[in-house]
Design a protein around this ligand. Sequence first.
Ligand SMILES: Cc1cc2nc3c(=O)[nH]c(=O)nc-3n(C[C@H](O)[C@H](O)[C@H](O)COP(=O)(O)O)c2cc1C
Length: 182
Amino acid sequence: MDVIKAITGRRSIRQYKGDPIEDGDLAEVLEAVRWAPSWANTQSWEIIIVKDPEAKRKLAGTLPAGNPACSSFNEAPVVIVACARRGKAGYFKGAAVTDKGDWYMFDVALAMQNLTLAAYARGLGTVLVGFFDAKKVAHLLNIPEDVAVVAMTPLGYPGREAKPTPRKALHDFVSYDTFGCR
Ligand SMILES: Cc1cc2nc3c(=O)[nH]c(=O)nc-3n(C[C@H](O)[C@H](O)[C@H](O)COP(=O)(O)O)c2cc1C
């Protein structure tokens, strides 16, 4: 699939069929993570594939009740938990080298963007989920202290097409030469 078509066509999917994911499709989606850019190629991400229905149910329980992605964790055959090793991205000889500190959020975001686009190209749905109790997830999945839980997504075949979502126009956020020159 053309990359622009994937970028513009992908939508967050919150309803899923329970059908299992073809092994080749899952491998390809994970391969897309592998090729994401990262700070000094540190590749600080850690990905956990959760298929066990009981574990997925418990992960769904870490989302607040109002989170619209709640039920999708039980519906989809797989939940992906994206984590990162702390103190790698943005660090040189153990010290943070920019005013941003640890860049793991950035690296994991790029990895997950690759994942969501590769999934879409294979007919699979995703919805990035950031609003959940990361401490509970870390406890449930035995994630060590030096690994941050960043985001999750269900992964599976869409149960329903998602509605298009609005976007700002370019002139609302693009400046030329100096900030604010639209
Ligand atoms: C960092 C991040 C966190 C998000 N967290 C949630 C979430 O907790 N629950 C949810 O239903 N959607 C979540 N989303 C999905 C956004 O709501 C969605 O991407 C946005 O509304 C645009 O819709 P689209 O993805 O269909 O284009 C999150 C997206 C991002 C990038």
